[in-house]
Each structure stands twice: as structure tokens, then as C-alpha cells.
Design a protein around this ligand. Structure first.
Ligand SMILES: Cc1ncc(COP(=O)(O)O)c(C=O)c1O
Length: 456
């Protein structure tokens, strides 16, 4: 029987992938554009653009009307819910659409807050994006106590002992990110969810940064809520919330009276962005097709004797992520994320070892290769003892002129930049890789950074 080490891994066909993204072929000042800003938002494949424009061209209508385009719109919404249910591994009625993750999180925090008051506690973390902090901090107005889980500053991982010590029988909810959008740390969310449940608290998971990098399985995680944003995984600017059926039914949303009171609709206020919802199905299908194509490429390679096997850096998703009886699309998504994960880790290793060789650059987050499974290919760096020409903004600007799209600042991971005392000096330069990035882009970026750091 093949072991995890000898199983053939799905292979990514980069030219097939990149050909689907029209924006990737752009140039800046004569340089090929390198989109290293995935954590801020990814590019979209042509099929997402087509789904959005086809909806507007043919089906533009409101929902629940007694005519063709309205019925088609209802079907577009149902298809997108089914696609996201496959993506997250839940029921379609547990999928709530909204404008973005932040708005959805405020909707849930306000509803949960209705029943909370003095004596109740909520736990947030120092590592999280502020969108999974401020909506909970707002409940201080109601007398709720907010407690903070701290980090290990040396590698920007959560201090789990500290986190566990702050959960008690007053804790009503634990809000934690699946992965950090600033430094790439992947948190052990399953263990944290267990801790929350053992104390009778709910677990609210921000998977916005994790979604383009790793397979999400809300059933295996057993989280109460999980939020993500499709514009971070090759789709349109929308947010998606998974809520366990029982919570979506039990909690009381602030809603207008005519809106039906069944789930998930009771959480979706006003008219939704139907064209973007059409694009959500297309982005999930893009990923599923990537999985199917990767499996096919792997089979061809195996038949031609070019076997591509697992490395130490790759751990297959556990068997709970491969249950029988799931849809074929879910199975294809599992293959997609195996291929993505393996490919991204190779790119990340190359980037980290190249950055380590540039004198004066410091990487924040996990740099020990033995722990690379606990990080995404999202790198926050700074030049030590930086001059005015070496601030994160100055670096991002110079890189931008050469066609490298990176980001600078805090990216709303404000609690982290403050804790690490880099907020007042420009935050970090963030380099974020996704699966459409190439080895060649990584090598060109390293050469450009070497030049910029040396000259300045
Ligand atoms: C980790 C993380 N959480 C939450 C958000 C907020 O997402 P949205 O823009 O959909 O509100 C972001 C956006 O960058 C993010 O990276």
C-alpha cells in the first residue's frame, strides 16, 4: 500500500493556470507585472469575469419574482451556495453571503452581543486581523470583558498556554484566525476550537487568509462560525460566512420585517451583489478544475515514468478530509489544495532562503524549516536599522516601479504591528505568494531586493 511519502502528488501545470488569468500578462514600465499581493486580494480567472458579465447581460434581476430572469437569479444564488458548501464542507443553508468578511462579522457580533453583558468574556488574539477583533471589542459597550491571547514574539506564533489560561467558564466566544495575513502563521485552530467548546464557548474562525492556501473543512474543525472572502481566493469582492445551522436559527439577527425568517436568508440584508455571487460559483469551479487537471497531469507523468512524490515538506490532509460520499467537486477541491500546498511550499522555501541571504533583511514569523507546515507563503520583512530609503513604503514603492506588487504597513493586523513595535516605523513589507506565482518571479524579486537594499 502506498504511504503518505510515496503517494504521487497532484502536479500544478503553471502555464495552463496562468493562461486563465488575463491580468497576469500586464507590464509596468516595461517589466512583467509580478502579483505578490495575494494577501490583499488575488487576480481572477477569465471564467469569473465571464460569469459576472453573463449574469449582468442575461439575468440581471431581483430575487423571488415570477418571471424568467428572477428565477434564473434564484438559481444563480442556489448554485453559489452549493459551490461554497462544497468549498467549506457544510450544508448549503449554512452559507451566508455578504459584502465582505468585516461586515458579516459585525452582523454576527451584534447578534451574539444581544444576549451578553457584564460577567461575560470574549477571547481575541494579538495575531489577528482587526476584522476579527474590533467587532468583538465593540461589545465592551455592553460590559463584556475582552481578553487577549498573546504571541511568541520571536516567531509570531500564538502562545497556546497563554490562550488556554484565558479561557474559563465565563468565556462565551473565542475569535481566532486560521492564518495570519501579516506573517503567515497557521494557527492550530482545531485544538483551539476544542478548548473553546470544553469551556462551553463558541469558536469564530477568520479563514480569510488561509482560504487560498489550504483546504477548509468546517465539519472536521467543528467550528461554530467561519468566515472567508472570495476576493482572496480568485473570486469577486464578496464575503462568505459559514454558521452552524443551530446558531443561524437560534441567534436573532437585526433584520427588516419583510425579509423571510428562514436560514440563511435571515442573515442576508438588502439586495445582494448577484453578479459577484455568480462569480463565486466560477471561482470554486476554477479551483475544482485545477484539482482535476492536476490529477490528470500527475497520471500522465506517472505513466511516462516521471513520478512526483511527496517530500518532507508535504503532509496530506488527514483522512477526515477525504470522507466518502462527498460531491465530486469536493474531491476535486481536495486534489487542488494538495497540489497548491505542495507547489506553494517549494516557492516559499526558495523565497525564504533567498531572503536569508540578503544582509540586513529580517523575516518576521516562522523561519525554522522544521516548522514550515505552520506557515503560509506570506512573508513580512524589514531592513534592520532602516534608513529613510529602506522603510517598508520606500521598498514597496521601488519594487512597484519595477513591476513587483507588494504591500507595506500593517494590513489591519494592527495588534501585531503594535506588539512588535513596528507600527510607528512603517510596519512590514509584505510579499505574498499564491499558486499562480512562479519560481522566476521569486528569483527576480530577490535580485531586485538585493539591488534596492544595497543601493539605499
Ligand atoms: C486575515 C483577514 N481577515 C479579515 C480580513 C477582512 O476581510 P474583508 O476585506 O473581506 O472584510 C482580511 C482582509 O485583508 C484579512 O486578511
Amino acid at each position: 500500500m502506498p504511504t503518505a511519502e510515496t503517494l504521487a502528488l497532484p502536479t500544478l501545470d503553471l502555464s495552463h493556470i496562468r493562461a486563465q488569468f488575463p491580468s497576469l500578462s500586464q507590464t509596468v514600465n516595461g517589466h512583467p507585472a509580478a502579483f505578490l499581493d495575494g494577501p490583499g486580494g488575488t487576480q481572477v480567472p477569465q471564467r469569473v469575469i465571464d460569469a459576472i458579465s453573463n449574469y449582468l447581460a442575461r439575468n440581471n434581476a431581483n430575487t423571488c419574482g415570477a418571471y424568467a430572469t428572477s428565477r434564473n437569479t434564484d438559481a444563480v444564488l442556489a448554485d453559489a451556495r452549493a459551490a461554497m458548501a462544497d468549498f467549506l464542507n457544510c450544508g448549503a443553508d449554512e452559507i451566508v453571503f455578504g459584502p465582505n468578511m468585516t461586515t458579516l462579522t459585525y452582523a454576527i457580533s451584534r447578534a451574539i452581543g444581544r444576549d451578553l453583558g457584564p460577567g461575560d468574556e470574549i477571547l481575541v488574539t494579538r495575531l489577528d486581523h482587526d476584522a476579527n477583533v474590533s467587532p468583538w471589542l465593540a461589545l465592551e459597550e455592553k460590559g463584556v470583558t475582552i481578553r487577549w491571547a498573546e504571541i511568541h514574539e520571536e516567531n509570531c506564533t500564538l502562545d497556546l498556554a497563554d490562550l488556554a489560561s484565558k479561557i474559563n467558564d465565563r468565556t462565551k466566544l473565542v475569535a481566532v484566525g486560521y492564518a495570519s495575513n501579516a506573517v503567515g502563521t497557521i494557527n492550530p485552530v482545531k485544538a483551539i476550537i476544542r478548548l473553546a467548546h470544553a469551556a462551553g464557548a463558541l469558536a469564530y474562525i477568520d479563514a480569510v487568509h488561509y482560504a487560498p492556501h489550504g483546504l477548509i473543512d468546517v465539519a472536521a474543525l467543528d467550528c461554530d462560525f467561519l468566515v472567508c472572502s472570495t476576493y482572496k481566493f480568485f473570486g469577486p469582492h464578496m464575503g462568505v460566512l459559514f454558521g452552524k445551522r443551530e446558531h443561524l436559527q437560534r441567534l436573532r439577527p437585526y433584520k427588516v420585517r419583510p425579509l423571510i425568517d428562514t436560514i440563511p436568508n435571515r442573515w442576508e440584508w438588502g439586495t445582494l451583489n448577484h453578479e459577484c455571487i455568480a462569480g463565486i460559483t466560477a471561482c470554486v469551479d476554477y479551483l475544482a478544475d485545477l484539482g482535476r487537471h492536476s490529477l490528470m497531469t500527475t497520471e500522465q507523468e506517472e505513466n511516462s515514468g516521471k513520478k512526483h512524490v511527496g517530500t518532507d515538506a508535504f503532509v496530506r490532509p488527514s483522512s477526515e478530509a477525504r470522507p466518502s460520499g462527498r460531491s465530486e467537486r469536493r474531491a476535486a477541491l481536495i486534489s487542488a489544495y494538495e497540489a497548491i500546498h505542495h507547489y506553494e511550499h517549494g516557492l516559499m522555501q526558495r523565497l525564504i532562503s533567498g531572503l536569508n541571504e540578503i544582509r540586513g533583511i529580517k523575516i518576521y514569523g516562522i523561519t525554522d524549516p522544521a516548522r514550515f507546515q505552520e506557515r503560509c507563503p506570506t512573508l513580512a520583512v524589514r531592513v534592520m536599522n532602516q534608513t529613510a530609503e529602506q522603510t517598508p513604503l520606500a521598498l514597496a514603492t521601488k519594487l512597484g516601479e519595477q513591476g513587483f506588487f507588494t504591500w507595506d504597513g500593517n494590513y489591519y493586523a494592527l495588534n501585531l504591528t503594535e506588539r512588535l513595535d513596528v507600527e510607528s516605523s512603517g510596519g512590514f513589507l509584505r510579499i505574498g505568494l499564491v499558486h499562480y506565482n512562479t519560481v522566476e518571479e521569486v528569483d527576480r524579486l530577490l535580485a531586485a531586493l538585493r539591488g534596492i537594499v544595497k543601493q539605499s
